[in-house]
Design a protein around this ligand. Structure first.
Ligand SMILES: [Zn+2]
Length: 282
């Protein structure tokens, strides 16, 4: 097995519906050509690349008005294709209040999902807003990790007003930093390199022992020099491979990364860090 992709989205009809009004501009932003797939075709894509992965659900309904790519659907992919989809991450919409907390518990306890993903920019909330602390307490109590989107986003990119999405909530400092400080027993995975605040993200990764990251949504050849330096150095045990498929091709990402870093760093980032950090048995 070449790699574990810790962050991918279904390239199927349910996720295309969730992207809704954001879809066409996002495809242009990523210059993506992948057509909508059936579940079987998506699985064949991954088998052909010799990559296993963790699909992620998506619910930003309150802020976007678009329907969720549900936890039930994403969990069912793991049940149907366990050789390719080894675990899954849930999504709950914090603006839904107590319903979000109940759904997080249901997703973990009943659907068996391994953690919960948040996208503060698109979901329209700040990680350090005290209104959401009961939700973070609950997830910390469940003992599962969270994924948190950091940096800019392809959603709304190029559209007038970015379709209303404000980039502010993607800043690592203060949002992620305060969140990590107030919930030291919560395992936090920062998603994406965090551009244009990648240096802030590096600072949080070096300072907060409960924060790790994955590098999805950004091709390695566009990594800023400071990030390249830290991946090969102090952060090589804290960084995992993620693609954000179908926005980016996992194979192209892995090939580019392999051209830039030695085998020892590839082994950690492609597989070993994910095994250790997430306790994966593959
Ligand atoms: Zn994503």
């Amino acid at each position: 097995m070449r790699a574990i992709d810790v962050h991918l989205h279904p390239s199927t009809v349910p996720m295309e519906r969730t992207l809704g009004k954001y879809r066409d501009e996002m495809l242009r932003y990523y210059r993506r050509t992948t057509p909508t797939r059936t579940e079987e075709e998506m699985v064949e894509d991954y088998r052909a690349m010799d990559v296993v992965g963790i699909p992620v659900a998506f619910d930003a309904e309150t802020a976007t008005g678009e329907p969720p790519c549900t936890n039930d659907y994403v969990a069912s992919l793991v049940t149907r294709f366990p050789d390719v989809f080894i675990e899954s991450f849930a999504s709950v919409d914090p603006l839904k209040g107590e319903a979000a907390t109940r759904e997080a518990v249901r997703a973990v306890k009943e659907l068996g999902m391994m953690g919960v993903k948040f996208a503060p920019l698109v979901q329209g909330f700040a990680l350090n807003d005290r209104r959401f602390y009961p939700l973070w307490e609950t997830i910390q109590g469940l003992g599962v990790p969270v994924q948190v989107h950091m940096g800019t986003t392809g959603l709304g990119a190029g559209s007038p007003g970015g379709l209303g999405i404000k980039l502010e909530y993607g800043r690592p400092i203060p949002y992620l930093d305060e969140f990590a400080a107030d919930f030291p027993n919560l395992r936090i995975i920062a998603c994406h390199p965090g551009w244009p605040w990648h240096d802030e993200l590096i600072a949080v990764l070096l300072h907060k022992g409960n924060v790790v990251s994955e590098l999805s949504g950004w091709m390695p050849k566009y990594f800023p020099p400071t990030l390249v330096h830290e991946i090969g150095g102090r952060l090589q045990d804290k960084i995992m491979f993620g693609s954000d498929y179908p926005a980016l091709s996992p194979k192209r990402w892995l090939d580019e990364f392999a051209d830039m870093f030695p085998q020892s760093v590839q082994d950690k980032v492609f597989r070993d860090n994910a095994r250790r950090i997430l306790g994966l048995k593959v």
